[in-house]
Design a protein around this ligand. Sequence first.
Ligand SMILES: Cc1cc2nc3c(=O)[nH]c(=O)nc-3n(C[C@H](O)[C@H](O)[C@H](O)COP(=O)(O)OP(=O)(O)OC[C@H]3O[C@@H](n4cnc5c(N)ncnc54)[C@H](O)[C@@H]3O)c2cc1C
Length: 520
Amino acid sequence: MLTQIESRNSTFSAAFGGEAIVIGAGLGGLAAAMRLGAKGYRVTVIDRLDMPGGRGSSITQGGHRFDLGPTIVTVPQGLRDLWAACGRDFDRDVDLRALDPFYEIRFQDGSTFTARQSDEAMRAEVARLSPGDLAGYDTFLKDSEARYWFGFEDLGRRSMHRFADLLKVLPTFVRLRADRSVYAHAAARVRDERLRFALSFHPLFIGGDPFHVTSMYILVSHLEKSFGVHYAMGGVGAIALAMAGVIRAQGGQLRLNAEVDEILLHQGRATGVRLTDGQVLAADVIVSNADAGHTYDRLLRNHPKRRWTQTKLARKRWSMGLFVWYFGTQGTRLKWPDVGHHSILVGPRYKEHIRDIFIRGRLADDMSLYVHRPTVTDPSAAPLGDDTFYALSPVPHLGIGGTDWASEAEPYRQKMQAMLEDRLLPGLADHLTEQLVFTPNSFETRYLSPYGSGFSIEPRILQSAWFRPHNVSEEAKGLYLVGAGTHPGAGLPGVIASAEVLGQLVPDAPRAASKRMAAE
Ligand SMILES: Cc1cc2nc3c(=O)[nH]c(=O)nc-3n(C[C@H](O)[C@H](O)[C@H](O)COP(=O)(O)OP(=O)(O)OC[C@H]3O[C@@H](n4cnc5c(N)ncnc54)[C@H](O)[C@@H]3O)c2cc1C
């Protein structure tokens, strides 16, 4: 059990041995807790929600399980490594299914592009749309692999908190043209605009503007090709629950429905947290999985900052917001047979639409949608014979443009429904049952996400690696950060890797260290 100090004004003087607190039970926070548990810490994970998973949690209404956020699991090896570090077998705890096809892209002109696992199938798709682009596509894949080895396997799996580390890798950044955007890189390899979209939209899945995010992110094409696209039966929430199970088996605990109000420091060192109900918990190691912006701006509000001041955080470019419409449909399991698990409906504009979202802060009339239909793979997401869906549209975050979602949400949802009826799900209105809408306001209130952004700080080149809030805090000793807003960044592979980096930075708990020394 953690040492609990009742008084708000208590000072910390006791010496603690191997207690750790993780603020936030997002996938990054849970992975961090597992890593710390494996290092011998007694871990307490605190989250304000009533279930673990953060953005990967779910809400069930009328038998429809709405997986609120991540749906595509790439790089399952990251999860398997995490489980193995805890002496466990991931595949015993989670039923992960490989999908093939991965997803279908439907363009405005009626043409389609289906992403698949095999090289031949992918090359056939490219040739179908634009035979002259095959050679350029092959080169793009080689480019993608080179960036994977550097950006994901090297940089993404180690701490980037020392400026010297950044200096060492700068020449590789230059050689790999990291200054170029993802779209610019795709455009340099293929001519067909539809292919340029298919090879460049991926940064939107981690909150980046494809016309500005560094081309290092073209590595996603290699990730998909090499490791596939997977779905966890029961949704990503099932992974979160399995993580919670491992943490409990390690002797850790989860405190849900509990919010941290402040991280407490003593002589520059993080010594504990105060909850919003006034309770104080002490620990030797504090890890924040709350958004890095929230951590510095709110949880450390009573301490002067060297780097992450309010002004500096406000100057960062934040990822876009998301408008998500979750809905159930009755009696449709055999309807819309051509609609698979993941679909992307591309609207009439690409570059200008992205500019509206990221630069102008304008809520446009047109939209491009990602549509999730988990019932294709996992019937448990809906009552028998029914379907569960979500449709997601990237929109400006709350810091630009000033969209009034209280009045805009319903008209926007209706436009989304009209687009779905027209291009994907004809007759949708006759089958609608349960529904739920998330706007950027929901992200702000549910996850305490600055500006209601979907994925924290945008992964631009000058906001990546050393430039991102470090995994070992610049502001307080004994404080560490994991999750989307820190290194390496958003997305499940990113936040799981942030916990791997944490494992390299935090020393073993005293009792684990002494046990190991005794064994040696
Ligand atoms: C709609 C959507 C779709 C996505 N799709 C994909 C996908 O298909 N594949 C993919 O890989 N990624 C996807 N992502 C991205 C991915 O889900 C996120 O990057 C990742 O889940 C973020 O994890 P995290 O560890 O940063 O924590 P978060 O999920 O942000 O969780 C942080 C937790 O901290 C808690 N918290 C915050 N402040 C406090 C406090 N003061 N006290 C207590 N608790 C606190 C919050 O309640 C929350 O539970 C998607 C994201 C969204 C929103």
